[in-house]
Design a protein around this ligand. Structure first.
Ligand code: CP
Length: 338
């Protein structure tokens, strides 16, 4: 798995380049797949198709900056039962950049507050002509459940479900790494923090381990879930050991809203043992780069100085790449090439 962002799309126009990317054998598999629920069931060819299409989309976001008319006959709806800044905004930007119409349902003012179920809300939007539902929900498995409640021509895109999965975050993380490294094969990638509550960690472990990365997870024992070895990650409780020789360090947000009282003794204890700073990250390779899905609790998971250090931190690049990767996912799921 490798890519070169410096490679210019060869086609005549950005739209042609995107259509070309959507015609590869790996890309065509998305027309049968129709949904994106997690990274674990994506084949190597499908991941490669997303990365190649994202490369074209990134050129579009950087150089074209005007909507294309690729998906002008499509309507997508965002359904965010949980708060979001990055994922919700970037999906909206991605869809409008491809010419799709976007229906952003405000859950707080919708009939959900009157007791409407997830399935009924989805069916209602489908009856209005929506082609894709982009859902975030606090319940693990909510996206998977939605698949069985909509007609087969409607695409479901998981924008985060409980602790389970956040596939587009993992894909944008992979793309961000591949802009720097030729490949993730054999690279040491260390995920640090509240792994237990993290859908980002799970989707990244499932994706990176199957691409040959040497994936490690590091957390205080109460925030380390079981089953990570089976997913493909080595586990650590000591930060210094985990960071040794790392190519990439991914810090995770301490998800206090999902945490039962007392899982960690105090924020101070957490910072003392697990906060990543310029000194601690020296245990990694000299070329190490820091990632974080956001939102960052600056000073808790990473120091503000490290998070803002442009030589080490990729946090803003991840946000930028989020739009391109979501454009790629929407193209592959919704554009029908001849
Ligand atoms: N990384 C991420 O999912 O951020 P948001 O919650 O802001 O979408």
């Amino acid at each position: 798995m490798s890519k070169s962002f410096t490679q210019q799309p060869k086609a005549e126009s950005f739209k042609d380049a995107l259509i070309e990317a959507a015609r590869t054998p790996g890309a065509r598999r998305f027309h049968d797949r129709r949904h994106l629920i997690d990274t674990g069931d994506l084949s190597y060819e499908e991941v490669a198709a997303i990365i190649e299409t994202t490369t074209v989309c990134k050129h579009i976001t950087v150089k074209h900056r005007r909507p294309l008319d690729l998906l002008s006959d499509r309507v997508v709806s965002t359904l965010f039962y949980e708060n979001s800044t990055r994922t919700r905004s970037s999906f909206e930007l991605a869809a409008t950049s491809l010419g799709a119409r976007v229906l952003d349902l405000n859950i707080q003012t919708s009939s959900v507050v009157k007791g409407e179920t997830i399935g009924d809300t989805a069916s209602t939007l489908v009856a209005m002509g929506v082609d894709a539902l982009i859902q975030r929900h606090s319940i693990s498995g909510a996206a998977h459940k939605l698949v069985s409640t909509v007609p087969s021509y409607v695409s479901i895109i998981n924008a985060g479900d409980g602790w389970n999965a956040h596939p587009t975050q993992a894909l944008l993380d992979l793309f961000t790494i591949l802009e720097l490294l030729d490949s993730v094969d054999g690279k040491k990638i260390v995920i640090v923090g509240d792994v237990k509550h993290s859908r980002v960690a799970r989707s990244n472990i499932r994706l990176l381990s199957r691409l040959g990365a040497d994936v490690h997870a590091c957390a205080p024992p109460p925030l380390m879930p079981s089953g990570l070895r089976e997913m493909g990650a080595q586990t650590h409780t000591k930060l210094e050991t985990a960071l040794e020789g790392a190519d990439i360090v991914m810090a995770l947000r301490l998800q206090q809203e999902r945490m039962q009282d007392g899982l960690i003794p105090s924020l101070g204890d957490y910072q003392h043992l697990y906060r990543i700073d310029h000194q601690r990250i020296k245990a990694a390779k000299p070329t190490v780069r820091l990632m974080h899905p956001g939102p960052v609790n600056k000073g808790v998971e990473v120091t503000t100085e490290l998070a803002n250090d442009p030589k080490i931190s990729l946090i803003n690049t991840q946000v930028t790449n989020g739009v391109a990767v979501r454009m790629a996912v929407l193209t592959l799921l919704l554009y029908k090439p001849e």
